[in-house]
Design a protein around this ligand. Sequence first.
Ligand code: ZN
Length: 291
Amino acid sequence: MKYLLLLLIATQACASEKKSGPVITPPPLNEVVTVETQPGFVRWVSFSVEPTQEDAELWCKDQRLKHAPLGAGRRFAYIAETYFSDSKPYSCRLVLKDKKEIPVVNFIVKPFKYKEEKLKVDYRTVKLSKKDLKRAQKEQRMLAGLYTQSASVPYFNQAFKAPLDSHITSIYGNRRVYNNAHKSQHLGTDYRAAIGVPIPAVNRGRVLFAGDLFYTGGTVIIDHGMDIFTVYGHLSEVKAQAGQIVNAGDIVALSGNTGRSSGPHLHWGVKIHGHYVNGYSLIDETKKHFP
Ligand SMILES: [Zn+2]
């Protein structure tokens, strides 16, 4: 007992010495941080680089990702984990001109089981006719081309917000069974909205697409830079124009019930370097970026 008490005093003395000590060590260059993520989430990460490493390529799994400056000697990136993740740990690394690789972030992926919901929709939009399938595929190719055109630096300089504060009728990630047969995943957030509710841009960006699509009906897609896009679907009226720069809060459309939709609502999607993620993870992470 006496020995234990002595030990306690000794450790406490040690702790208080540490607290008041003047030792401040700067973060080492290319320190490797470990970040926890989950399928369908995005994480904002920052890391230090040497001046010669600023234009190094950032690679995560088999994707090359954009990274941008964050003050002297630091860079940041938004790293999305696919909904379909195998939940295995991995490292993102800088690849230098001489092909040398420097790890900067280790990811631990926490598995997550998304809920199932049953829906009834117009049979035509579940089992597509040849004509509809052709249209949907043509649109997929057109969109794939547009999604390669993101700006290399962010258009935004504040945190993202949700498009509406109305009741959420379907959260991100639900596994959906249509008409008891066709299965898919709901990779966006649905908000209750009557036809004609003004829909704001959730942050500053450039309108990438504004028009009509088979699945999402009246649709606006905004490029926020660094391969971060927001999608607004089932709109009754599109008010923005492709190429236009919009600020956070600018009205880009009116809500509706167009495309594959089972009632008036707003579908909000967030796509980051090819992966649809939970929009609320982007909101949370941008609050770390812009505290
Ligand atoms: Zn939806």
